[in-house]
Design a protein around this ligand. Sequence first.
Ligand SMILES: Nc1cnc(-c2cc(N)nc3[nH]ccc23)cn1
Length: 267
Amino acid sequence: QFHMIKCEDLKWAECLGQGSFTRIFKGYKTDIRDGEKHVTDVFLKELDVVHKNCWESFFEAASLMSQISHKHLPGVKNIMVQEFVKYGALDLYLKRGGSVSVSWKLDVAKQLASALNFLEEKNIVHGNICGKNLLLAREGDPSQGSSPFIKLSDPGISVAMLGKNVLEAPDNLTLECDKWSFGATVWEIFNNGNTPLQGCDLDKKRQFYESFKQLPPSQWTELADLVSQCMDYQAAFRPSCRSIIRQLNSLITSDYVILHATEPVAQ
Ligand SMILES: Nc1cnc(-c2cc(N)nc3[nH]ccc23)cn1
């Protein structure tokens, strides 16, 4: 089901960053459509190492080819081509101090909740919902009344895949795990892109969660309630997507938003 793109149709531009097993670049894809040349911005994610069974069906063949090289065999590159999302990762955008209002943050949270609802209906577990995987396609301009628009990026190499070398592989990633991460991501959005327990080492994080501690709550109780419901240590108690969207809708219409509409960023 992969659409093959020829390497010569791709042009690499600046390197945007480095993941644990990937490098990411801005790029340009040229297509010839009805005799005209079209260039589109693309986001290129190169896999550094091809793991045995991630993207199994597709890469099995590619990794076989990449293991053997011969002048009469074509070189194979493991590259994912994605739509280029203009303003990039949300965590960096928030850290860069994009001063955004409470209603901007709620709007982003609601878009993420509807993406989550869609995945749940398809019974698909994302497994890596977080600020750096939220991409900002439109900044939104309150003075023009235009709202932000986000896209949930792919999860990257799955945590289960990392299990063998880097992290403990979770035995079963379920839909409820995405609800936990949704709660943590809302917490991140309301904390200017800072992740929970940022800067703590793995051991501190493990202690925190093994003793069922809660993240510091927002002073907006209804928001803090939604985050703690999503981050319930008993997965079955986490709210349904419909309930999450309902609670977000009531937050959006609450007086708190109006009272804190132009809240200065440094809160
Ligand atoms: N699918 C994607 C993913 N990331 C981007 C992106 C855009 C940007 N302006 N700066 C960046 N810095 C790092 C990544 C990135 C674009 N599209």
